[in-house]
Design a protein around this ligand. Structure first.
Ligand code: AMP
Length: 363
């Protein structure tokens, strides 16, 4: 059995490693030579829209998936005519455009931050009038890890901010006074069966995920059920197959959706060690038509991203309960080079271990 994976980053690598345990081969499509995923399968080095490469994926793989959301929708559409590809083009198209995504959330009764579409400086000024400041201006497309967005505190910033983002279509959002950021990962298989993992608490800085705790502390049954229902509703609306991540803001007992990622997600890395079935394995099971695995938690976990430069490995490995994952990437400022999962008996121990890892890293 062979699975085609578009994208050769660390998510592809971990999908491929998970596939190896099931004796499933991975064939990656990735434009950059020697990508992170190369240790986990063969790589076709070609652009994501290279028809010859796509034809090969379709010919040689039972099913194709992707590990990044900036795959051209046309690529997924093209493949959909030739081979099973999950998630399908509809989910990808929704996730690639913040405006489409917000309209989708609303159409499904999911609460979100107040927003206005912005296609010009005039619309931005009108949006600032309407929403007030501070607010966040985000490009509709190609924004991730905090790129393509600006925090606006002063109306004078309007024209400069719009230009700084490239004068492209944007949305202006109110700043949500959230208590914390959470995410929920959910999976749906080809027969429509679904499962969710427990809510995860995520800490960002500069728009980049720094560390997570799973399950999130102090989540009562109602909040988890609310998140489960929200994620399941989105999976069903999209007729989705595979793992979907939903990023959330918690405000009191409410959850506001921020965005979806139609793929495995950084906030689900803990599930490799911490859950009975990881996000990577369940994504593969779902797209291959295999039964989903149970998502129960084995031990509470923390997950710390290693960004920009690697700390001293022997110090890192000396942290109790630490499991190290390196992605084989060259250090570069802000780049995700690996992550450390720390396991522990309870949230107090997890927090202490997260802090011990963070003390050794820039994260
Ligand atoms: P995003 O690219 O939309 O995931 O945003 C990256 C990060 O910026 C989020 O994880 C939040 O920490 C912060 N952020 C984004 N949108 C908002 C908002 N409307 N209110 C408050 N914080 C936000």
């Amino acid at each position: 059995m062979r699975v085609g994976i578009i994208g050769g980053g660390q998510l592809g690598r971990m999908l491929g490693e998970s596939a190896q345990l099931l004796e499933i081969e991975s064939l990656f499509l990735e434009p950059s030579p020697s990508p992170s995923a190369a240790v986990a399968g063969e790589v076709i080095v070609a652009p994501y829209d290279d028809r010859v490469a796509l034809d090969r994926l379709a010919r040689e793989c039972e099913v194709v998936t992707y590990e990044l959301e900036n795959v051209p929708v046309d690529t997924v559409r093209y493949l959909a005519g030739k081979v099973a590809i999950h998630p399908g083009p509809g989910a990808l198209e929704t996730a690639q455009d913040r405006l489409a995504e917000k309209r989708f959330f609303r159409s499904r009764g999911v609460s979100i931050a107040a927003f206005v579409p912005v296609d010009s400086v005039e619309q931005l000024e009108a949006g600032i009038e309407l929403l007030g400041l501070p607010a966040i201006l985000k490009t509709r497309r190609m924004g991730y890890d905090g790129r393509g967005q600006l925090y606006l505190a002063d109306p004078e910033q309007a024209s400069g901010a719009f230009a700084a983002l490239g004068s492209v279509p944007c949305v202006l959002e109110e700043v949500v006074p959230f208590d914390r950021e959470l995410s929920i990962l959910a999976v749906r298989d080809r027969d429509g069966a679904t499962a969710t993992w427990p809510l995860v608490e995520n800490r960002h800085a500069g728009g980049i995920l720094r560390w997570s705790v799973a399950p999130a502390p102090e989540v009562d049954r109602e909040l988890q059920l609310l998140a489960d229902a929200l994620a399941t509703r989105l999976l069903e609306a999209l007729q989705y197959v595979g793992v979907l991540a939903v990023e959330l803001f918690q405000v009191g007992d409410r959850l506001l959706a921020n965005e979806i990622a139609p793929r495995v997600h950084n906030s689900g890395h803990w599930s490799i060690e911490g859950a009975l079935t990881s996000q990577f394995e369940n994504h593969l099971r779902a797209i291959l038509g295999l039964p989903l695995g149970q998502t129960s938690v084995l031990l509470p976990c923390g997950c710390v991203n290693l960004l920009g430069r690697l700390p001293d490995l022997s110090e890192l490995l000396a942290v109790p309960g630490a499991r190290l994952h390196l992605y084989g990437k060259e250090p570069r400022p802000g780049r995700k080079l690996g992550h450390v999962t720390v396991l522990g008996a309870d949230h107090g121990q997890i927090r202490a271990r997260i802090d011990a890892v963070r003390a050794l890293t820039a994260g």
